[in-house]
Design a binder for this molecule. Structure first.
Ligand SMILES: *[C@@H]1O[C@H](CO)[C@@H](O)[C@H](O)[C@H]1NC(C)=O
Ligand SMILES: *[C@@H]1O[C@H](CO)[C@@H](O)[C@H](O)[C@H]1NC(C)=O
Ligand SMILES: *[C@@H]1O[C@H](CO)[C@@H](O)[C@H](O)[C@H]1NC(C)=O
Ligand SMILES: *[C@@H]1O[C@H](CO)[C@@H](O)[C@H](O)[C@H]1NC(C)=O
Ligand SMILES: *[C@@H]1O[C@H](CO)[C@@H](O)[C@H](O)[C@H]1NC(C)=O
Length: 577
């Protein structure tokens, strides 16, 4: 019997589990050495960090400041990585062969003593797979060849998304730094890496991006089980068909004047996909309800952000029902969203008021920040609870460290959340070198947010063996020990992409619950049916028993080949658009 069926026989038990809030604890550990405003978990021992060239304490072997590095989870230390182009404000994702690709970045702004970068706006940076634990050896360097391998156009603040053929769809951005995007600098178009057949050096104009100016940077985008891509910017959303290059459906606008596109940064997250129907529901929260015609002079660091969350199931019926609105206990701008193996979404970091971007709004000069009122405490979105009961701060502690513009948070293999960075200033501002007494100095301190079962080292499911690769729709076997104390609860097997984290946007983050059967300590799992459900590429598996998750193990979904991959697996029943 499928475990969820068994579970439905025990409604009382389900209620008891669902209503329990975990207690979380912040622990400070180590310094990142650069501002990891782009943060990507690579392996159980490593995360990749990208910053911009300025006077960071982490130095390259030649003594120049580094603007890229590896974070070592085992030692809570950073080591530098040599990069050529300016990585600041890039997008990225893993592709089907396990290589992490970062695209776009900052125009040339090399300043003596700040590191020696070249223009990064057309940059393509490949990293890995890096299989060593300590981040040395083959695959553990950033590969760049700016002359021969670059984007078709310049992109600052682009989104990159791994699509069903395992390659990247790269969308949007602008030529140069800006608070609001505008027609003269906007790249309202789409390209692919590797380029699609016949599209090398070319871009596809996007009417949607044009229509969502001036708040369309880092468009929030996700692959749907139909293979189409949902793109969100400003207060609009569209379902885009990659194969025909057509915009299929515009969704209703976000209600009540709310916008989530830069500089009104809110988040969008695809909620977990579950077999057999894989009905996609998108959640968007925070941002601002100011008009997009507001001028910089009219904007204030004290403009209160939105408390609004809205979700929609992307089926005909779901779209007809419209956005379902709920409210967070407090307003949020620049939130991070960490999807947990249970399917809940942890909302962290950011501010209660203001805007994203370098100081540019009316009253930002005194503080050196476009935002004020740091949000120190997380909010949990309990995905499976009924409407109106999902948003809570119960069990979540406050940090003492503001995590404003250019902060980050990522899920880890250990099963906790790494929280890092913050720097709203266009230079490094340390607490002891702050002549104008500006707010929110550059932050290098790393924290982990630990769930109670990690804090107390209490029993968790343990995965002792798992396949390293699984073809679509194929079955695999995991050896797992479920502690007796958790054995009577629901069992979930979560296949996750943790995303490429930057600017409050966890691009590509995704969770697919896998069909499974437990016999003794042998857990048989079935891979997602095809690349529309989980685009071929690297993933993490967590086993969750009674709400407690194991440590994660890495797995390659699909054949691991270079993109584009031919379509693999079997068609899945889906009724989404
Ligand atoms: C800095 O860039 C210049 C020009 O590309 C190059 O000649 C020089 O070797 C670089 N210096 C370092 C330390 O990388
Ligand atoms: C972009 O939008 C503007 C204003 O609505 C319009 O004049 C222009 O034709 C649009 N361009 C494209 C390529 O759609
Ligand atoms: C969405 O934004 C547009 C452009 O600013 C605005 O005209 C429209 O009223 C907004 N929609 C809603 C529902 O607020
Ligand atoms: C610096 O700013 C803080 C508030 O941000 C204020 O309390 C303090 O008095 C200021 N110090 C100076 C020397 O201006
Ligand atoms: C992965 O694929 C990309 C795009 O084809 C290629 O440039 C890169 O070298 C590949 N990585 C590995 C490790 O083969």
């Amino acid at each position: 019997m499928h475990s969820s069926k068994l579970f439905s026989l025990l409604p009382f038990l389900r209620l008891a589990i669902a209503s329990a809030d975990r207690t979380w604890t912040f622990v400070q550990q180590g310094n990142s050495g650069i501002v990891p405003l782009e943060l990507i978990t690579l392996s159980p021992t490593l995360a990749l960090m990208y910053d911009r060239p300025y006077t960071n304490p982490l130095k390259l072997p030649d003594g120049e400041p580094a603007w890229a590095g590896l974070w070592h989870f085992d030692t809570n230390t950073a080591t530098p990585l040599k990069t050529i182009t300016n990585t600041f404000c890039a997008g990225g994702a893993f592709i089907s062969n396990g290589t992490l690709v970062a695209v776009g970045g900052q125009p040339l702004d090399s300043i003596p003593g700040w590191g020696n970068a070249t223009d990064g706006t057309m940059g393509i940076r490949l990293f890995g797979p890096c299989t060593s634990k300590d981040g040395t050896g083959p695959g553990c360097t950033v590969f760049e060849d700016p002359k021969n391998m670059h984007l078709a156009v310049t992109r600052w603040y682009p989104t990159a998304l791994r699509i069903p053929d395992g390659s990247l769809m790269i969308m949007g951005g602008s030529d140069i730094l800006t608070t609001f995007n505008s027609a003269d600098i906007a790249q309202n178009n789409i390209e692919f890496f590797p380029p699609r057949k016949g599209e090398k050096g070319k871009v596809r104009p996007s009417k949607f991006l044009n229509d969502t100016l001036p708040a369309n940077l880092f468009p929030r985008s996700m692959v749907l089980p139909s293979g189409h891509v949902l793109m969100m910017a400003n207060n609009q959303s569209v379902i885009y068909d990659i194969e025909t290059n057509k915009e299929l459906h515009r969704l209703p606008e976000l209600p009540n004047g709310v916008r989530i596109g830069v500089p009104f940064d809110g988040f969008a997250q695809l909620l977990p996909l579950s077999p057999p129907l894989y009905e996609p529901t998108v959640l968007a929260c925070g941002g601002s309800n100011k008009p997009d015609t507001i001028t910089l002079e009219e904007m204030s660091i004290h403009d209160v952000a939105s408390t609004q969350c809205q979700r929609m199931t992307l089926t005909s019926a779901g779209i007809a029902a419209g956005w379902q609105v709920e409210h967070m206990p407090e307003p949020r701008l620049m939130p991070e969203t960490v999807i947990l193996p249970t399917g809940d979404v942890l909302i962290l970091n950011g501010a209660h008021s203001g805007y994203s971007g370098y100081p540019s709004v009316g009253d930002s000069a005194a503080t050196g920040s476009n935002a004020a009122n740091p949000a120190l405490r997380g909010i949990m979105y309990r995905t499976s609870l009924p409407h109106g009961q999902r948003l809570t701060q119960a069990g979540l502690p406050a940090s003492s460290i503001p995590r404003m513009y250019h902060s980050a948070a990522t899920f880890t293999a250990k099963g906790n959340v790494m929280v890092a960075a913050s720097n709203p200033h266009p230079f490094v501002l340390t607490a002891d070198n702050n002549p104008n007494n500006q707010s929110f100095p550059t932050e290098y301190r790393v924290e982990y947010l630990n769930p109670d079962f990690i804090t107390h080292n209490s029993p968790r499911p343990v995965i002792s063996h798992s396949p390293s690769k699984l073809a679509f729709n194929a079955k695999g076997t995991i050896t797992v020990t479920i502690p007796r104390s958790l054995a009577s609860g629901e069992l979930q097997v979560s296949l996750m992409d943790m995303g490429f984290i930057t600017h409050g946007w966890h691009a590509g983050s995704r969770l697919v619950f896998l069909e499974h059967k437990l016999k003794g300590n042998q857990l048989t799992i079935t891979a997602p049916p095809n690349g529309n459900i989980y685009p071929p590429g690297p993933a993490w598996i967590y086993v969750v028993a009674d709400g407690v998750w194991s440590e994660g193990v890495q797995i390659m979904i699909g054949d691991g080949g270079n993109p584009p991959r031919p379509s693999q697996g079997v068609p899945a029943a889906h009724n989404c658009l």
